[in-house]
Write a protein that binds this ligand. Structure first.
Ligand code: G3P
Ligand code: CA
Length: 340
């Protein structure tokens, strides 16, 4: 494997100028999933800073809106799995018992303490060997704050780490009277992200919304179509992963972000069952960034994280990986033999 790391800008300009992705030899990108979330509470500025210092190529931000239309970095539309909202605002749950970010102003959200994710039903940590759920020491950042933090560390560390925002549940936001995509695009524009070659990927599960972003909102940023394992609403992932479906995605996006089980379906008897998805997507001109590589939650029959990472890089040939453990992912990739 060549040790030259090509930025998304280079890869994408390769696409623009007609160089096929397969002809560009690059290490897969290390994409810090919710920051370095294997070590610090997800989507905290601390997790983003740690991810930067672990030499991630990109840092991911899941984004939802507040009541006053502020874009905040939070994985769920709910606040209760990662903050002390139930304690601080006990009367503000909806009928389903959940606390929604969209029912709170940014000022209110800034009073909450952010910590490690819990299962709201049991109160137990989702990951038992990660940062403790108590104490909660951090706060929820806005998208702007996190991007400014990354820009600051890019300056102080002389790096060009990119950002990877995900637009969360645009159809749900619309039902609540909000156009989350427009808000996010405005924030990104203000921060200087507007062009195809900028160090950003903008991702979403909702295919219709991505098409709207490309065609109606005239967004020129690199877009990534997320693909789950199961059909959700109008998003028929089985159709998306056919060669025809991938060609359709290539009309509005630069890449796909599939569940990693769609890339290697199984490790039966230790043998990776590599699907044709990566090759089919790359043939359609799409880059492939599967999710999520976690050292503490690996596919069954896999015991070694470095082997998992290297198998996706070498056997499947993916272009990047979303990972909760960017340091371990980087180490694993650096130990791939040069003759990959
Ligand atoms: O965006 C890639 C991956 O993060 C998708 O899953 O649920 O962690 O946002 P999720
Ligand atoms: Ca995400």
């Amino acid at each position: 494997m060549t040790m030259i790391r090509l930025s998304a800008a280079l890869i994408l300009s390769g696409l623009v100028f007609g160089v096929g992705i397969n002809e560009l030899k690059a290490d897969p990108l290390v994409i810090a999933h919710r920051g370095a979330s294997g070590y610090l509470p997800e989507h905290s500025l601390a997790a983003a800073a740690a991810a930067h210092s672990m030499d991630s190529d990109y840092i991911e931000q899941d984004v939802v809106l507040t009541k006053d239309d502020q874009a905040i970095v939070l994985h769920d539309i709910h606040l209760d799995a990662v903050t002390d909202v139930a304690k601080k605002y006990p009367d503000r749950a909806r009928d389903d018992g959940r606390f929604y970010a969209i029912d709170f102003t940014l000022e209110e959200i800034k009073t909450l303490k952010l910590g490690e994710r819990i299962n709201v039903r049991t109160g137990q940590p989702v990951y038992h060997q990660r940062f403790p759920t108590i104490p909660k020491l951090l706060t929820i950042p806005t998208l702007e704050e996190e991007v400014l933090l990354i820009a600051g560390m890019n300056a102080s560390r002389n790096k060009q780490v990119g950002i990877y925002p995900e637009i969360k549940q645009p159809a749900w936001h619309r039902k609540q009277g909000k156009d989350i995509s427009r808000v996010i695009l405005q924030v990104l524009k203000k921060l200087g992200y507007q062009k195809l070659e900028d160090p950003i990927f903008l991702q979403c599960f909702d295919a219709r919304e991505l098409e709207r972003i490309r065609h109606e909102l005239k967004c020129q940023l690199p877009l990534v179509q997320l693909i789950g394992k199961d059909k959700v609403g109008s998003d028929d992932y089985a159709k998306m992963t056919t060669p025809k479906g991938l060609q359709k995605i290539a009309t509005y996006a630069q890449g796909i972000g599939p569940d990693l089980r769609l890339v290697i379906s199984d490790f039966r008897d230790g043998q990776p069952q590599v699907t044709s998805l990566t090759q089919d997507a790359q043939r359609a001109g799409l880059i492939v960034h599967p999710y999520t590589f976690r050292a503490d939650q690996m596919p069954s029959q896999v015991t070694d994280f470095a082997t998992l990472v290297r198998t996706f890089a070498v056997d499947a040939g993916v272009d990047g990986m979303f990972t909760d453990h960017p340091d371990l992912t980087r180490q694993a990739l650096e130990s791939v033999p040069a003759d990959r």
